[in-house]
Design a protein around this ligand. Structure first.
Ligand SMILES: [Zn+2]
Length: 420
């Protein structure tokens, strides 16, 4: 079981001057601790507590629990610094410039209903802040299974970490295997012996990206002579673009995880971290970055963990070149068009084909999954691709197992993107 952590971020909180003072004191303590740790060769938070606490506690009239939090920040900074030195890079001793402070959960008090946050300053003195609690925040705060973690305050925002143990993963009765492409996830959903080709489009993302690309190009030209304004405008443009894309991906990942949970499917994706398999170099060299795909995988990962949906990542090697029917790895793409063709006569859309291979790889490596899914790629030869959200309650729909669910006419399926 793993622990899930989310950050609840609150913007636009009015901070009284005493918190500004607190942030400055905190920064000072962090930097002093770094200096002490370097001169005394202290490497742990515990070591810092022994060597530096008495001095810092005497020098700073601050609520005492902030001092160990500052030690924590200092220890992390020192660890990174020492790692860089070990690897032979040049590195300056860490020095914190940013204004902020952190507090452990026993140091502050948050009223989970009203969003009233009580932050201690020094013994007998505290400030009360009103956090602007949105419905999204409320969902977490009202759910007692999320316990409160560390608090971080910067001049711009207040961040409250919440955490809980991940629920146990269910035993999958099937799998959904998806190849991650630039504007869609494509692959196959299997439940027992039935299988359907599925497609999750996110073509809106491409539209957003090219709109912002044009706007950025325009800005770059228009503000050619004023780099400060140019930088500020471009940065704002980039933030907007990321927010808009992220929102589209959230709808998608939410829908996918919901369906996986309802049908008890394991989600199988390619491991994007595993290098740049030769068949895909062209894709990765695209002008539009692969950021949406990694972002999408990240979202699917944490939503699945929350819902108890198992996620399997497989090495994408050869998935675009292999024939899922005969196993030949010299298959080729038609020069024109989107089809994958094999000597054995197998033909399939190349993105869907990669999805089938990803499933095969996962089945070969997981016995549990292989017991649940009997996958016959050949049976999909003439199948229609359906949007994920049209998957019937039992995958068979009309074809394999009459279950009372109305079959989906292919034309209705293709006209209804069904993103919900
Ligand atoms: Zn073949």
């Amino acid at each position: 079981m793993s622990r899930l952590i989310r950050s609840l971020v609150f913007f636009g909180v009015h901070l009284p001057p005493s918190l500004d003072w607190l942030m400055r004191e905190f920064r000072l303590i962090v930097n002093k601790s770094v200096r002490i740790a370097l001169t005394e060769d202290v490497r742990t938070r515990y070591g810092l507590t022994r060597t530096a606490y008495p001095q810092l506690s005497a020098e700073h009239r601050i609520y005492k629990q902030y001092i160990p939090s500052a030690f924590e920040v200092a220890t992390v900074a020192l660890k990174n610094y020492r790692r860089r030195l070990r690897k032979g890079f040049s590195a300056k001793p860490p020095f914190v410039k940013r204004l902020f402070f952190t507090a452990e959960n026993q140091a502050y008090h948050l009223d989970r209903l009203t969003g009233e946050l009580r932050v201690p300053i020094r013994a007998g003195e505290a400030v009360v802040l009103q956090l602007p609690v949105s419905q999204w925040h409320r969902d977490f705060l009202a759910d007692e299974s999320w316990s409160l973690g560390a608090l971080t305050v910067t001049p711009e925002k207040v961040v409250v970490a919440v955490r809980k143990e991940a629920p146990p993963l269910f035993q999958p009765s099937g799998a959904i295997s998806l190849d991650s492409n630039e504007v869609s996830l494509d692959g196959v959903a299997c439940l027992g012996e039935s299988a359907r080709l599925v497609n999750l489009p996110f073509s809106e993302v491409r539209v957003i990206q090219s709109t912002h690309f044009r706007r950025k190009r325009h800005l770059r030209k228009k503000k050619e002579r004023d780099w400060r304004v140019r930088r500020a405008l471009l940065r704002r443009e980039g933030t907007r673009e990321r927010h808009r894309v992220r929102q589209r991906l959230h709808r998608l990942s939410k829908g996918l995880v919901r369906i996986a949970r309802e049908l008890r499917l394991a989600v199988i994706l390619e491991d994007l971290k595993l290098g740049n398999p030769s068949g895909r170099s062209r894709r990765n060299n695209r002008r539009l970055s692969s950021w949406p795909r990694s972002q999408l995988h990240f979202q699917i990962g944490y939503k699945a963990a929350l819902a108890g949906v198992p996620v399997i990542k497989v090495n994408p090697r050869y998935t675009s070149k292999t024939c899922p029917v005969c196993g030949e790895t010299k298959g080729r793409r038609e020069r024109v068009g989107r089809m994958f063709k094999c000597r054995c006569g197998w033909r399939m859309d190349r993105q869907l084909n990669a999805g089938l291979n990803i499933l095969n790889t996962a089945l070969a490596s997981s016995e549990t999954l292989a017991r649940a899914v009997r996958f016959q790629p050949g049976a999909l030869r003439n199948d229609v691709v359906i949007p994920l959200y049209d998957l019937p309650g039992s995958l068979g729909g009309a074809r394999e197992e009459p279950s009372g669910v109305d079959p989906i006419p292919p034309d209705a399926a293709s006209s209804n993107s069904g993103v919900g």
